[in-house]
Design a protein around this ligand. Sequence first.
Ligand SMILES: Nc1ncnc2c1ncn2[C@@H]1O[C@H](COP(=O)(O)OP(=O)(O)O)[C@@H](O)[C@H]1O
Ligand SMILES: [Mg+2]
Length: 238
Amino acid sequence: MPPDSGIALNDGEILSVRGLTAAYGESKVLFEIDLSAKHRQVVACVGRNGAGKTTLLKSIAGFVRPRSGSIMANQVSLVGLKSYDIARMGIKYIPQDKKVFSDLTVRENLELGSYATGDYDWNRITAYFPKLRELMDRKAGYLSGGERQMLMIGRALLGRPKVLLIDEPTEGLAPSIVAHLKDVFTELSRNTALVMVEQNLPLVCAIAAKVYALKEGRMVAELTDRESIRPEVCERYL
Ligand SMILES: Nc1ncnc2c1ncn2[C@@H]1O[C@H](COP(=O)(O)OP(=O)(O)O)[C@@H](O)[C@H]1O
Ligand SMILES: [Mg+2]
């Protein structure tokens, strides 16, 4: 076992959510959710708007505190940890709203990521996203949606995360950028587990080894074989 992988994993699982229940005030949003990802596995979560997908990722990332259930990463419990401590453990969350520091340049945004992680190896990031090289001095507020997503992902890759939690990365992006991101995700999964929320079913089915369907806060399907990981099957659970 490589030295940085910590204690022995249950069948290679790097992330394991069991019986997760979450709520905003009185309104329950997630009910007894189970989800797991192995090392270097691409796992996708699909579901309609309001199903609870974002809340699920936010719970793992430490932005929503679960009411009950467990969230384990490398057999360490994440429940109750601060979001920045979870990030420091190598579990990076890329939110749906693509928030960057608009008044800062791309370079400055990356510098913040480097400062937080001690990882200054930007060549790795610009190898995935060559476009970022030309945009270094542009203020992030002036980036297109696709460029902003590249910056978000690029910044999240600093520190070499073990798990990437990505919320609707291709929402509103041009097909050419979606195709590029698909290649990037496939490449990233050589080193990192990806847990993504995504509505683009052809993309999901092309890259995910496991697809969860969430409906009204409940997991209604877990598809794990090639036969069932197809858009027309996923659609049945939406
Ligand atoms: N901050 C919040 N406060 C109260 N309710 C929220 C909040 N965020 C989301 N919700 C509600 O929780 C439910 C699930 O939302 P969300 O997790 O964003 O779903 P999805 O990402 O699948 O669209 C929705 O009914 C939504 O209105
Ligand atoms: Mg959402």
